[in-house]
Design a protein around this ligand. Structure first.
Ligand SMILES: [Zn+2]
Length: 263
């Protein structure tokens, strides 16, 4: 959840970054991570014992299954490196040293040309942060690109435990309340965002809301999202999702408001 996380697509990784114990077995310094754990495609390194978090880590492959089921995309089995820190100060120092261009956030997803990397520390929102960043990692491993707002909307959607995704998100109440007052965020405004700096709390909430509408609203909306992502995966120019949705659902704002009013 904002400002817990950020994804960086354009960051150039330096050779130095890769030499610090990132991929297992590629560096003698890899052994310096006190604990390591592999589950599915996730390779987890931590500076604290991971055993108390096995339930959370073991649930990460299920996140892939749920994401694939909901979005109809073909999964990627690309490795995802996860780096976990006990203290915020160690996490921040590590990022400052190896990813100085990275913004100051509570958790990070970084992907350039290689496998995706997730960084987080054991803070208050540790589980949520980890699911959020791993959702980014899974999406960006499977798809050649994801529009910024949709990437964040989906990560916000998948960051809560599965049982809470449809009705228990912390965003739900305020979105439903606004919808009752006839306030519907403009999807085109979200689509115009190209930089994470443009996205504050309201934009994250709006991105979540449109994502929720597509996944749990009228079947045509979900169908169009699935088709849109399939086009992206097939490298077919997908056009604008807003235009596609408006073509399928002419009174899109009314459908959005009805979806949340009925919550
Ligand atoms: Zn994010």
């Amino acid at each position: 959840m904002f400002p817990a996380s950020v994804s960086i697509r354009t960051l150039l990784l330096t050779a130095v970054a890769w030499s610090f114990g990132l991929p297992v077995g590629q560096s003698s310094r890899a052994a310096q991570w006190p604990d390591e754990y592999r589950i599915g495609q996730f390779i987890v390194h931590a500076d604290f014992p991971l055993a108390p978090h096995y339930d959370l880590l073991n649930s990460l492959p299920l996140l892939q299954t749920q994401l694939v089921e909901m979005l109809g995309i073909q999964p990627s089995h690309e490795v995802i490196y996860v780096f976990l820190f006990n203290r915020r100060s160690t996490y921040q120092a590590y990022l400052r040293e190896y990813f100085p261009e990275a913004p100051t956030r509570k958790a990070l997803f970084i992907k350039a040309r290689g496998p995706g990397m997730v960084f987080a520390y054991r803070g208050e929102d540790f589980e949520t942060d980890l699911r959020h960043e791993c959702a980014h990692a899974l999406l960006n491993a499977a798809l050649p690109m994801v529009p910024l707002w949709l990437d964040e909307g989906l990560a916000e959607y998948f960051e809560v435990p599965a049982a809470l995704r449809q009705r228990g998100s912390p965003h739900h109440r305020s979105v439903a309340w606004a919808a009752r007052l006839g306030r519907v965020p403009l999807i085109e405004e979200l689509e115009g965002m190209t930089d994470l700096d443009q996205m504050g709390r309201p934009q994250y909430r709006h991105a979540w809301a449109w994502t929720h509408f597509m996944l749990h609203g009228p079947p045509e909306a979900r169908e169009e999202l699935v088709r849109y992502l399939a086009d992206i995966q097939a490298l077919t120019p997908p056009g604008r999702l807003s235009r596609r949705l408006r073509h399928r659902i002419p009174d899109l704002e009314r459908a959005f408001a009805n979806h949340f009013r009925s919550w």
